[in-house]
Each structure stands twice: as structure tokens, then as C-alpha cells.
Design a protein around this ligand. Structure first.
Ligand code: SF4
Length: 317
């Protein structure tokens, strides 16, 4: 038998996915854009969790960040402005077994998509929502966005934004049934990775607002954010996001925060003296819409018709 044992049999290995399996087209964001870091973090998480590319869908609206599905080796849906979340909910409602990743921006989610943001968070469908918040409309070249800070100069407000910025965290925390609310910056890879990974592992809508650099249209603002490490407040807790020693060295301000404490999460989100980083709130027991609404998805059209007629028969007079 040429040295082979008589009971030798071929061993079939499971497929092992590498980073290349999650790569789509070459990313064409500007050099230094924070979006590159988010893309890499998502692809690393998918590789580390060995998620099947053919079972994953990246969904987006419109904006710089919404180009993400083009750069993924998964299925993707590049939708309309503000419509990333209803598209993602539609995918999840009919194909609950798919892993859904949503890429949206501050303009896409917090402006034209506001109503969808609120209702999708309430539906709490099992998906990961990443809001790339660079405080400006980058794709259309520098208009004021809902999160542009007061006095921020843009093409639409050349003398500075005249209103205080929207606070996405306080709004998200106030949405009934919101079950996972976190915030992170794009330029600390370990924190970014851990935060997105936790959001993905969460059963329900894992909402992550990512403070993102746009060096082209918000250069000074992005630089100031990155350089002033004291303005960030790192939230630590055994049930929160894991913080490694490099992040502890980089950010001197830290606070113990239990993510089940919604009142303290609100207080942290409201406090404008610091930018909280970490898991503000988590409720693993919040109901998911797809669990309540998917009954009957597997029925044939005739079975559905019979069921419908049975209901009508009960109320026939
Ligand atoms: Fe990134 Fe800004 Fe360039 Fe858009 S305009 S790709 S957000 S750096």
C-alpha cells in the first residue's frame, strides 16, 4: 500500500477564511481617512470569527462610509440616502440566518435617515450598525452635518455652524428597546476592534457610533480630536469593552461604568465635558423583532392561504 495504512482515509478540512476572502474592490477613500481603519477592523473580526462570506451582507445608504459594501468580499447592498437601516431590516426579516452589517454616516443616519434610525433601533433586529461620524458631509464636499460642532466652518456655513451639534448618544439611549449602545474612535485599533466585535456578538442591534477622522474636509477638527486625549473618558467594566494596556496609557481618563445602568449611561452621554468611549448601555434580554415576526416564514403559499381562511372563518357572521 505504498506506506499508507490500510485504514487511511482522506481528511477533509473545514474551509478556513483569510483576510483576502473578505476583501472586495480596492478601497478608494482618501489617504488617512478613518474609514480604512473601520473596514480593516470589520474584516479582521470576520476572519477571527470565521464568518462565511456567503452568509454575510453589508448594507449601506449614501455617503463616504456607505462605499463599504463595495470593499467587502460579501454580499452587499448600496442603497439610497438614509435608507441603510430599512434595507437591513428587510434583509434580516426574510433571511434571519444572514449576518447583517450596516455602514452609515452622520448625514445618512442622523439627518435624512432619522426616522429609520429610531424605528430600527426599536425593532432591535440582530445586526451590527456602524455609524461613521466625521461631523461633516464628505462625499458632497463639506456641508454642515447634524453633528458638526457649533462654529464649525463648512461650505453651507462659511462663518461657522450656528446650532449646537446633535447628540446621537442621548437620542439612541432614549429609543425604546435599544439594546446595545457603544462609542469608539477610529484611530485606536484595539478599542475599535473590541467594540465592533462586542456589537457583533450582541444578540440584537449592536449600535456603534464611531468618531471618525475626515482629514480632507474636517482636518483641523479631526486633528484636535486625535491629539487631545484628555477629552475622552474610557468606560471600563467587566461587562463592558475590554481595554488593553496601550489604551490605558493613551487615555488618562477612565471611569467604571456598568452597562446595565441606563441612568448613568444617559448622564455620561449628556456630560459634554468628556467624550465617553466604550459600552454605554447593553440589555441582552431586549426582544428582537425577527423572533416575534418570523412565524410562518417557512409556510408554503397554500398553507398561508389556508391559515388566513381559517382566521376569516372564525369571524364570519
Ligand atoms: Fe474620508 Fe473625508 Fe475623504 Fe470622505 S472626504 S473619504 S470621509 S477623508
Amino acid at each position: 500500500m505504498f506506506g499508507l495504512q490500510a485504514d487511511w482515509s482522506q481528511e477533509i478540512y473545514d474551509r478556513y477564511f483569510t483576510m483576502g476572502d473578505y476583501a472586495g474592490g480596492e478601497a478608494r477613500w482618501c489617504p488617512g481617512c478613518g474609514d480604512h481603519a473601520v473596514l480593516t477592523a470589520v474584516q479582521r473580526i470576520m476572519r477571527d470569527e470565521q464568518l462565511k462570506p456567503e452568509n454575510s451582507v453589508a448594507v449601506s445608504g449614501i455617503g463616504c462610509s456607505s462605499r463599504l459594501p463595495h470593499y467587502m468580499g460579501t454580499y452587499g447592498f448600496h442603497g439610497l440616502h438614509g435608507r441603510a437601516l430599512p434595507l437591513a431590516c428587510g434583509v434580516k426579516s426574510r433571511r434571519p440566518e444572514l449576518d447583517v452589517w450596516v455602514a452609515t454616516g452622520d448625514g445618512d443616519c442622523f439627518s435624512i435617515g432619522t426616522a429609520h434610525w429610531i424605528h430600527a433601533l426599536r425593532y432591535n433586529m440582530d445586526m451590527t450598525v456602524l455609524v461613521f461620524d466625521n461631523a461633516i458631509y464628505g462625499l458632497t464636499k463639506a456641508q454642515t452635518s447634524p453633528t458638526s460642532p457649533l462654529g464649525f466652518k463648512t461650505n453651507t456655513h462659511p462663518t461657522g455652524a450656528i446650532l449646537p451639534a446633535h447628540n446621537p448618544l442621548t437620542i439612541t439611549l432614549g429609543i425604546t428597546n435599544a439594546s446595545f449602545v457603544a462609542q469608539v474612535m477610529d484611530w485606536n485599533p484595539p478599542l475599535l476592534y473590541e467594540t465592533i466585535r462586542r456589537a457583533h456578538r450582541h444578540r440584537g442591534t449592536g449600535f456603534v457610533r464611531i468618531v471618525q477622522r475626515c482629514p480632507v474636509y474636517a482636518g483641523a477638527y479631526s486633528k484636535a480630536l486625535q491629539q487631545n486625549t484628555e477629552q475622552f473618558l474610557i468606560l471600563e467594566h467587566e461587562n463592558g469593552i475590554a481595554v488593553d494596556d496601550s489604551a490605558r496609557r493613551a487615555f488618562p481618563n477612565r471611569k467604571n461604568h456598568d452597562p446595565s445602568d441606563l441612568a448613568q449611561a444617559f448622564a455620561l452621554a449628556h456630560d459634554e465635558s468628556h467624550i465617553p468611549i466604550g459600552l454605554l448601555y447593553s440589555n441582552p434580554d431586549a426582544p428582537c423583532y425577527e423572533d416575534l415576526s418570523s412565524q410562518g416564514v417557512e409556510l408554503t403559499p397554500q398553507e398561508r392561504l389556508d391559515g388566513f381562511n381559517a382566521i376569516l372563518d372564525r369571524i364570519t357572521i
